[in-house]
Design a binder for this molecule. Structure first.
Ligand SMILES: Cc1cc2nc3c(=O)[nH]c(=O)nc-3n(C[C@H](O)[C@H](O)[C@H](O)COP(=O)(O)O)c2cc1C
Length: 337
């Protein structure tokens, strides 16, 4: 369960992104949308089991609903990590079957698991046996020379049998040799039809589409074919788009009226975090794309980028950057144009 409703938030989610969707980013995104499901960065089972758990898994209660993404392929370790995460209050546990980095391949997890649907099924079975919160999988349509019809079909059957609660599909292949992780997000062509067909073939499975969705209008169009849409880079780089999520996808008012109001709402959080030893830039780096097409947006970005990194930088840096935004009553129709 997520809150008092079964998986409703999947209608729209913000993707797990290493180095990007840390807890500061997620807190900020939550000020822009109450309803989107937000994902952590991928955290490996090794890190959860042996690392600094408070640092790796700590989050603010305001972030709910928040899903933890795990990287790993040992069913027992994954089950243990899922249990730890559930205890900490995470609303969902997600398994990464899509990351193509060399480091991840060496650990035999991430996208290379597309070649081992049976093992992915075992991982899901083991996690489901230990937690009551939803267990989901994020995958690709295939890897390397795989035929996406077969590869995605086999993975889907394996995880369904294991009782997976949702399958999130990045609608392109990953090439494990020769392409960097970044290229693997851009070069292999998007195949939305493959994801639509998957949903048509498995109407009882909650299917979320990911990859290349850059506007909320596109998200709405995909929802004619799938249960949910996950947005990654566009949500991070242009976070103002998240202000449209609650009105457009959930029929509820946005939590704040303007991007500027969201930024101002960050000030108490920033004060709290600075007192706890966080550096200002660690928080404000996620806010650089908040304004677009608004007079002063570039000056805002520049001020934050140069001043927030300085030792001792405090909330006044954000306040000063905000004062460079000309129109305090920016309305969404204007910036969305
Ligand atoms: C900086 C960055 C880090 C990422 N890290 C992860 C990750 O930790 N786990 C994961 O499943 N996908 C990761 N991804 C992939 C995204 O979750 C998403 O699948 C991909 O960006 C495609 O969606 P988009 O076109 O909406 O950005 C990352 C993407 C970016 C840009």
């Amino acid at each position: 369960m997520i809150g008092d409703r079964m998986l409703p938030a999947h209608r729209f989610s913000v993707a797990p992104m290493m180095e990007w969707t840390d807890r500061h980013c997620r807190f900020f995104h939550r000020l822009l949308t109450r309803r989107a499901l937000i994902y952590t960065e991928m955290i490996t089972t090794g890190a959860v089991l042996h690392g600094d758990r408070a640092r790796l898994l700590g989050y603010d209660a305001a972030e709910h609903p928040v899903a933890l993404q795990l990287g790993g392929s040992d069913p027992r370790d994954l089950a243990e990590c899922a249990h730890i995460a559930e205890d900490l209050g995470y609303d969902e546990i997600n398994l990464n079957v899509g990351c193509p980095s060399d480091r991840v391949q060496e650990g035999r997890f991430g996208a290379c698991l597309m070649a081992e649907p049976g093992l992915v099924g075992d991982c899901v079975t083991a996690m489901k046996a230990r937690v009551v919160v939803p267990v989901t999988v994020k995958c690709r349509i295939g890897i390397d020379e795989q035929d996406p019809e077969e590869a995605l079909g086999a993975l889907t059957c394996a995880v369904k049998e294991a009782g997976v609660d949702a399958l999130i599909v990045h609608a392109r292949k990953a090439w494990l040799q020769g392409l960097s992780p970044r290229e693997n997000r851009e070069v292999p062509p998007l195949d939305y039809d493959r994801v639509y067909r998957l949903k048509a073939a498995h109407p009882d499975l909650l299917v979320v589409l990911n990859g290349g969705v850059t506007t909320l209008e596109q998200a709405v169009a995909h929802l004619d074919h799938v249960d949910g849409v996950m947005m990654g880079r566009a949500a991070y780089q242009q976070p103002w788009r998240l202000l449209e999520v609650d009105p457009l996808l959930f029929g509820q008012p946005a939590p704040v009226a303007t991007p500027k109001a969201a930024a101002e709402a960050m000030l108490p959080y920033i004060e709290r975090e600075l007192e706890a030893g966080t550096r200002l830039h660690a928080i404000t780096r996620h806010m650089l794309g908040l304004f677009r097409g608004v007079p002063g947006a570039r000056a805002f970005r520049r001020h934050l980028a140069t001043e927030a990194v300085k030792p001792g930088a405090g909330p006044e840096v954000l306040a000063a950057a905000l004062s460079l935004i000309m129109d305090s009553r920016v309305d969404l129709a204007h910036i969305a144009a």
